[in-house]
Design a protein. Structure first.
Length: 256
């Protein structure tokens, strides 16, 4: 079993992304870096049992002090992940899981900050601006993945992009710039959420394997689709581990 999980989960609105991240409260405290005000779905959810283990850091781009005119949203995101990386805690909380909900808005905050720092406010981003934005996004993801003993979950909306060379259409995480094509490669687990309607009921599910359009993948080779809950993922991994142990040879191989 892995010591921690690094997961990118993306999909259209109202498909259970935030609830999936909130379900990790089954394993301990969850800290949400909330850029999209998605916590309302947590409060309304009947599927999350341990809401008392969920904590929120609200992220807005405007400072509380009206005299501060610079954008602060991305700086706050950076500070939270830096504190967690350095001390394992933020504001006294030592979470078992950290969630950025969502990267789609956070990447917009990051671009705004880059333009401010480069004195390009109100201008079209230049190539160096895009390069710095990409570096900022990679830095944040790598810091999240490096958290010791803390699960890291990144949430994105989805977007459909067409490859100009091949004409192929892909469903990818929605982030500013062209980083959407790369972002999945930084995570062990990439899940795409959707809702299946069966009769009068709705089932919240997620793809763990790529299809003709959807990008997804699992280093644990999880069955696809999976229910959008922490225990579904953890249970599937435990079953695969038990199956591997059962089928594993106990004979020590010898050199021919």
């Amino acid at each position: 079993m892995p010591d921690k999980y690094d997961i990118l989960v993306y999909g259209s609105g109202k498909t259970g992304k935030t609830e999936f991240a909130g379900s990790w409260s089954e394993l301990g405290d969850v800290l949400f870096i909330d850029t999209g005000n998605g916590m309302l779905s947590i409060l309304a959810s009947e599927r999350i049992k341990h809401k008392d283990r969920i904590y929120r850091v609200p992220i807005v781009d405007a400072a509380e002090d009206p005299h501060v005119k610079e954008p602060v949203g991305w700086l706050t995101c950076r500070q939270v992940i830096q504190d967690l990386h350095d001390t394992g805690a933020y504001d006294g909380l030592r979470p078992k899981t950290v969630v950025l909900d969502e990267m789609t808005a956070a990447s917009t905050f990051a671009l705004t900050r880059v333009l401010f720092d480069n004195k390009h406010v109100g201008m079209q981003p230049t190539q160096p601006d895009w390069g710095k934005l990409r570096n900022e996004e990679i830095w944040f993801i790598n810091m999240g993945r490096a958290l010791k003993g803390i699960n890291f979950i990144l949430i994105c909306h989805e977007q459909y992009l067409k490859d100009d060379n091949t004409g192929r259409v892909w469903c990818l995480p929605s982030v500013v710039g062209k980083f959407a094509y790369e972002i999945g490669g930084y995570f062990d687990e990439v899940y795409h959420t959707h809702v299946d309607q069966i009769g009068g009921t709705h089932k919240y599910m997620m793809d763990t394997k790529s299809t003709g359009i959807v990008m997804a993948g699992s280093r644990f080779d999880l069955p696809s689709p999976q229910a959008t809950t922490c225990l579904s993922v953890k249970g599937s991994i435990e079953k695969l581990k038990a199956k591997y142990k059962t089928g594993q040879s106990t004979t020590v191989p010898t050199n021919p």
